[in-house]
Design a protein around this ligand. Structure first.
Ligand SMILES: [Zn+2]
Length: 108
């Protein structure tokens, strides 16, 4: 009986550790990658629990949200007025639209 309880406790601790160190940062990171419009490949850092959490924090707090340029489809900073790849000029509506979309994703 003691063995069973020991085993259950060990599984619980182990399961929580897996969740806390691998599942949670990757899940949060993927969510914020989507919200910010940046590459989900960031969360490859989640292979290691420490870098996974760092990648998530950088995604959430350290990176400006992105939008796609209508002309060249490159990803650029959300309130950019001129695309740095093709020189396409954004209209005021396009910028506001992108910012609204971002706010919507954030509050989902
Ligand atoms: Zn462009």
């Amino acid at each position: 009986m003691e063995n069973v309880i020991g085993f259950l406790l060990a599984s619980l601790v182990f399961g929580s550790a897996i969740f806390l160190f691998w599942v949670l940062p990757i899940w949060l990171g993927l969510r914020w990658a989507k919200i910010k419009g940046v590459s989900k490949l960031w969360m490859l850092f989640g292979i290691h629990p420490v870098t996974g959490w760092i990648a998530f924090l950088v995604l959430k707090y350290g990176i400006e949200p992105r939008k796609k340029c209508r002309k060249c489809k490159e990803s650029i900073i959300i309130n950019a007025q001129i695309c740095r790849y093709c020189g396409n000029e954004m209209t005021e509506e396009e910028i506001n639209y992108a910012i609204n979309e971002f706010e919507l994703r954030k509050n989902q």
